[in-house]
Ligand binder design. Structure first.
Ligand SMILES: C[S@@+](CC[C@H](N)C(=O)[O-])C[C@H]1O[C@@H](n2cnc3c(N)ncnc32)[C@H](O)[C@@H]1O
Length: 391
């Protein structure tokens, strides 16, 4: 059976603690959940499903299509078993391959050695069968093979994403401490906001949260912005079914929003970058940008959500200054955001206490290795008081 028609296990990797959001995304595409871990979800489908996943999911990093499972005790055993796979059916002999791996086996100290063995087995086989061998190296912009080797069990995957899906292609100007696109999407999904009510994002930095919000509200496939995926470099890739998938996804996307998305930052440079990134993402006209202190951000009366990702002293910003900033965020919430649900994404829980408001939810996330929280504040009280009928 050809690679493109057979069904197999598909592992989708993601950031730590994002699994529940990825799970929902996979289920919403009609695919089953076979298992899940701290940073991955396992489903089942065809390469066509892998293409859909690459195009449509917002919170996953890499879509790995399982090719073979076998036992190997040592590097020579690995080479031998990998040599038996019919690579000439999958990888073009004039192509380029990159091998990545996750290795936890006693006979290998350095995973790069496992990568090398795996790469050698693939290119040697293709050379034997086709008379020439593909080039190889660290670039992930063509065929990518992923080796998972734990104890004696080996799983060989085709990495159908190539470059990780967090690289959507719109963030040409990253600035300092940008939030990863997939994390920003998960944070917005955690709030439950889908385009109803206003979305106010002071301290927008390079605009990732506001841009992901626009993509979510428009129901626009995040993968439409990218022109290159790993699956495109595999033999038998059918350009016309990929085109059809893209056309369907484009047609399903809304053209306009009901809500307002407002993004501001104190730095002109940040706002310029955010605008340019939004333009690349095709959502510039959906977002109102402004340069101001967060406390002066225009907050529409009708309510909605307000979300801030202030510095938290790990990578930038000084703690003493930040204490005052977090206190001022609390004042801003109380005075200016009545009728809103407020959110702060931070990795510094001491600073978060300076906000001085009771949290309704504390949702755990990781930004890289830094443990973070999305703190939710119900700011309805003031507005309810205001709305009491006068007797
Ligand atoms: C951690 S970064 C936000 C990163 C953003 N989520 C992204 O993906 O690029 C914090 C941002 O807050 C901005 N900032 C710091 N103090 C501010 C203030 N008082 N008012 C408004 N923005 C401020 C900084 O210029 C910076 O862009």
């Amino acid at each position: 059976m050809s690679l493109w028609s057979k069904k197999n296990r598909i592992v989708i990797t993601c950031g730590k603690n994002i699994t529940s959001f990825l799970n929902e995304e996979v289920l919403s595409l009609g695919l089953p959940i076979l298992s899940e871990g701290v940073a991955h979800v396992e489903t089942e489908g065809t390469m066509f499903d892998a293409m859909r996943l690459n195009l449509l999911i917002r919170t996953g990093h890499r879509v790995l299509f399982l090719l073979e499972t076998f036992n190997a005790k040592n590097p020579d055993g690995l080479y031998e078993k990998i040599s038996r796979i019919q690579w000439e059916d999958y990888i073009p002999e004039d192509g380029y391959i990159c091998v990545t791996s996750t290795v936890e086996t006693p006979t290998i100290q350095d995973s790069r050695f496992a990568n090398l063995k795996c790469k050698d087995a693939i290119v040697d086989r293709i050379k034997r069968k086709c008379g020439r061998r593909p080039d190889s190296g660290p670039k992930r912009d063509q065929s990518v093979i992923h080796l998972y080797w734990k104890d004696e069990i080996c799983l060989i995957y085709l990495d159908t994403s190539g470059e990780p899906l967090s690289k959507r292609g719109y963030r040409r100007i990253p600035l300092k401490a940008p939030m990863q696109e997939t994390l920003a999407a998960a944070v917005i999904l955690a709030t439950g906001w889908k385009g109803d009510g206003n979305f106010v994002n002071p301290m927008c930095g390079s605009g990732t949260i506001a841009i992901e919000a626009a993509l979510i509200a428009l129901e626009r496939a995040p993968g439409l912005l990218r022109g290159n995926y790993g699956f495109m470099h595999l033999k038998g890739f059918d350009q016309s079914s990929w085109k059809a998938l893209r056309t369907k996804a484009k047609a399903a996307s809304k053209k306009n929003l009901n809500a307002e998305i407002i993004a501001t930052d104190i730095s002109q440079q940040a706002v310029d970058a955010a605008k340019q990134n939004a333009a690349t993402a095709g959502v510039e006209r959906m977002i109102k940008f402004g340069v101001c202190d967060f406390s002066e951000t225009p907050v529409p009366e009708e309510g909605g959500m307000v979300i801030l990702n202030p510095e938290y002293g790990e990578r930038m910003g000084k703690i003493e200054e930040l204490k005052e900033t977090y206190k001022r965020i609390g004042d801003f919430f109380k005075k200016r955001c009545q009728g809103y649900i407020g959110y702060i994404f931070t990795g510094n829980f001491d600073l978060a206490k300076r906000v001085g408001l009771r949290t309704k939810r504390r949702i755990p996330f990781f930004n890289g290795n830094i443990e973070c929280r999305l703190l939710e504040y119900d700011l309805y009280e003031g507005s309810r008081k205001r709305e009491l009928p006068i007797k």
